[in-house]
Design a protein around this ligand. Structure first.
Ligand code: HEM
Length: 372
């Protein structure tokens, strides 16, 4: 190669180097900041407006959206599989798992965002991206400083309730099992402590923690790791469980008694004061491995809020579908698109017997409260 050619080549490389660096900084696991800048520039703003409006009318939508997002990404990645009402394979969908079911809150907000966006930019913005943006906007509406969310996820076409058992954290788990589960999804123990801070907003139904306040053990009616005055307050709100209770009618208690609508570090202060609802929360303050970080967050709200945003970014990149040949951009977040050119064959559907609410509860007691 002549000297002139080498000189030209070095000029080209030098001029392209900074551009490459910028592109690299914007790409996260195949996802891209500003992914819809050209194809649907208003998308992120529209989602933000929808979330702000809905949360403005009902504050409980914010925790609901963050939870749907986490439950979606933890099982088979951020593919909006949790939003499907039915799976084409005929499997019972994730939505019907006892970890989801009627306790999922905020699904309608995603429907509103999707239909608004579909009217503007048909078949362009995936449900999984909408959910990731909406979870960020919900966190911001609850007081978290904003963080960037990359786009480019495609929607999955499968959803199976059976993917949850054994792969999903339940209220009775303690640090070793929680750590194991988080690590199996590429999340660290620090992420576990940080993301559990989502329980700074929203709440839990009494049956999720009634084992701690009624008949806890042979020697103690109440979990001795609970502040006794707090346990008494919980018993006033949550009556002793009875076999004919309707879980959907169970009272719901705020995780954080003091600032239950603000995504802040008071959750960690409450943990240290032995005021927590779930065993899986309490264990973070009890276990010597996680307690130091709980103590650090309890003292430093800014640190918690910064790390929470970063951990949510990490969750939003879990097992995303980005190849054009895989997944799809759903038109309706509740169902996969029908194959093009194929008229939808009327399927023979044998309706599943409705699940009695009591069966759901039994399911929780068997799977949910078992200890490792
Ligand atoms: C570490 C293991 C975890 C367990 C065992 C767990 C379990 C639960 C349970 C049982 C509820 C109460 C549901 C109800 O009764 O309606 C709940 C609520 C909630 N969870 Fe978790 N969770 C965990 C981690 C997380 C993470 C990592 C996030 C998000 C990043 C999260 C976000 C939420 C939110 C925001 C609520 C309140 C929902 C509402 O009020 O509508 N959780 N969780």
């Amino acid at each position: 190669m002549s000297m002139a050619m080498l000189f030209l080549l070095s000029l080209v490389l030098a001029s392209s180097a900074p551009r490459l660096a910028v592109v690299e900084a914007l790409v996260v696991d195949g996802l891209k900041m500003g992914f819809y800048n050209r194809t649907c520039p208003e998308a992120e703003q529209v989602i933000r407006n929808v979330v702000q409006t809905e949360v403005g009318m009902d504050r409980t939508i914010a925790p609901g959206l963050i939870r749907i997002f986490f439950h979606d990404c933890f099982i088979t990645g951020c593919d909006a599989s949790i939003l499907l009402d039915e799976s084409p394979s005929g499997d019972v969908p994730e939505k019907e798992s006892s970890a989801n079911g009627f306790t999922l809150h905020g699904l309608r907000t995603i429907d509103v965002a999707k239909s608004t966006i579909e009217a503007m930019c048909p078949r362009t913005v995936s449900c999984s991206d909408i959910l990731s943006f909406a979870a960020r906007d919900a966190a911001v509406a609850a007081g978290l400083p904003s963080y960037e969310v990359a786009g480019g996820r495609r929607d999955g076409v499968h959803s199976r309730m059976d993917d949850l058992p054994g792969n999903f954290p339940v209220p009775g788990h303690t640090v070793p099992r929680l750590t194991e589960l988080f690590q199996s999804r590429g999340l660290s123990q620090e992420d576990l402590v940080t993301l559990s801070g989502a329980h700074s907003i929203g709440g839990a139904h009494c049956f999720m923690f009634s084992n701690r306040i009624y008949g806890f053990s042979k020697t103690s009616e109440i979990d001795p790791s609970l502040d006794p005055a707090y346990a008494e307050r919980l018993r006033k709100i949550c009556p002793r469980p009875r076999p004919d209770d309707d879980p959907e009618a169970a009272p719901k208690v705020d995780f954080d008694e003091r600032t239950g609508q603000k995504l802040d570090n008071s959750y960690y202060q409450e943990l240290l004061a032995r005021r927590s609802l779930l065993t899986s929360d309490n264990t973070l303050a009890m276990d010597p491995q996680t307690r130091p970080l709980v103590e650090q967050y309890a003292k430093d709200d800014a640190l918690f809020q910064k790390r929470f945003g970063e951990a949510m970014q990490k969750v939003s990149a879990l097992d995303v579908i980005i190849q054009k040949t895989k997944g799809q951009i759903r038109r309706d977040c509740r169902m996969v698109n029908k194959a093009r050119g194929i008229r939808w064959m009327p399927m023979l559907h044998f309706p599943k017997p409705p699940k009695h609410p009591m069966l759901q509860m039994i399911n929780w007691f068997i799977r949910g409260f078992q200890r490792d």
